[in-house]
Ligand binder design. Structure first.
Ligand code: PLP
Length: 399
């Protein structure tokens, strides 16, 4: 009989959002005629931008003609998309990133998780607490022991930002704007991490999935806005949250040339080469039709539609934050991220308050403890619903 990967015993039995989906289904069965207000899962609700749809329709037609038919896509993505990304997301913002440093993929979830394939077994890895659970789960599944993982507490006292460790870590995951706390690092705070990484030989894995939501001028949208970051950082980005590609699937990872890792036997290896090698073995590329849709995000029409979506979600987030604050609960975020991080009332823990909100009002958040022990006592609400849901929430719990 086959042996299972024992690391599965080291991670929670079900993914946080699967547990929440199960609880919502149970509540639906208990009160069938009440529509649940879903402010838990970080999925978008506004349909795809028309610019993307038009581009995808045209690409579907191309696939039906012999002269434009596309087979397997390039592992690293089509040049038209990589060039559009480099020009618009980087060069236009003064970041020195070239098209051949961009690797297109089918999701920032898979890329952040799959990047663990590149690490040697001896690394010490730092992960914020609380944060997007995929980093910790995938590091554990890759076989890293608890003793190799350092948690960086993100507490209210510290503005929910990870403190720079005193010791040397080999790899650190940073997520800014942050899921779940909704806070984002400013230029000086991110520059301090880049300096730490340069001084300690640390690789920064920077997840910028929510960069489209940044509104504060002093908050970088890319780590490459910080001088010297090219030599120490990989950046993950996604079309999920800006253009609504959660169900369509397209993302990219930036691995700058010259970014290297040590080999145990001596010498260094180019990380971009390793990542391409990894993708070529385990991934057959993101579909042509989808990449055509993603490229349309960079057209003037696509940009306008992205801005409209961000404005709706951020409008919701601001109202959710104001609502809880008006009830006397502490609430953060909702400025540079669509997430609002709310302190649960006395007498509740995160799951207790989640259950209370679900059963009493039919409102689903996400328990903060699901993102790490420092999330205990907090709950996350997202602005990804429609404004009518926020109206209902205000009617249900507002004063
Ligand atoms: N990174 C963070 C921080 C996220 O919160 C999410 C999704 O919620 C992702 C990545 C996943 O992005 P994608 O849809 O591209 O897989």
């Amino acid at each position: 009989m086959a042996f299972a990967n024992p690391s599965f015993l080291e991670i929670p039995e079900s993914y946080l959002f699967a547990t929440i989906a199960k609880k919502i289904a149970e509540e639906r069965a208990r009160v069938p005629d009440r529509a649940i207000i879903r402010m838990g899962i970080g999925d978008v609700t506004i349909p795809l931008p028309k610019a993307c749809l038009d581009a995808m329709h045209a690409a579907v037609d191309e696939m039906g003609r012999a002269e434009t038919f596309q087979g397997y896509p390039p592992y690293e993505g089509y040049a038209f998309l990589r060039e559009a990304i480099a020009a618009n997301d980087y060069r236009a913002r003064g970041c020195d990133i070239a098209a051949d440093e961009i690797y297109v993929s089918d999701g920032a979830k898979s890329d952040t998780a799959n990047f663990t394939d590149l690490y040697g077994p001896e690394n010490v890895i730092a992960i914020s607490d609380p944060v997007y659970p995929v980093y910790l789960d995938s590091v554990r599944l890759a076989g890293f022991k608890a003793s190799q993982i350092r948690f960086l507490p993100c507490t209210e006292a510290g503005g929910f930002l990870p403190e720079i460790p005193k010791e040397t870590v080999d790899i650190v995951y940073l997520c800014s704007p942050n899921n779940p706390t909704g806070t984002a690092m400013n230029r000086a705070q991110l520059a301090a991490w880049v300096e730490y990484a340069r001084n300690h030989g640390t690789l920064i894995l920077f997840d910028a999935a929510y960069e489209a939501y940044v509104s504060t001028p002093d908050v970088p949208r890319s780590i490459y806005e910080i001088p010297g970051a090219r030599e120490v950082a990989v950046e993950f980005r996604s079309f999920s949250k800006n253009a609504g590609f959660t169900g369509t699937r397209c993302s990219y990872t930036v691995v700058p040339k010259g970014l290297t890792a040590r080999m145990k036997g001596g010498g260094t290896v180019d990380l971009g080469k390793l990542w391409l090698r990894r993708q070529a073995t385990k991934f057959n590329g993101a579909p042509y039709i989808i990449q055509r849709g993603a490229a349309a995000v960079y057209t003037p029409e696509g940009q306008r539609e992205v801005k409209e979506r961000v404005a709706v979600y951020m409008g919701n987030a601001g109202r959710i934050r104001a609502l809880f604050q008006s009830l006397g609960q502490k609430a953060f975020g909702g400025v540079d991220a669509p997430y609002v991080w709310v302190r649960v009332p006395d007498g509740f823990d995160s799951w207790g308050y989640f259950d209370h909100m679900l059963r009493t009002h039919g409102v689903a958040g996400t328990p903060g403890s699901g993102f790490g022990p420092c999330g205990e006592g907090w709950i996350r609400f997202t602005g990804f619903g429609n404004p009518a849901d926020v109206d209902r929430l205000e009617g249900l719990i507002g004063r």
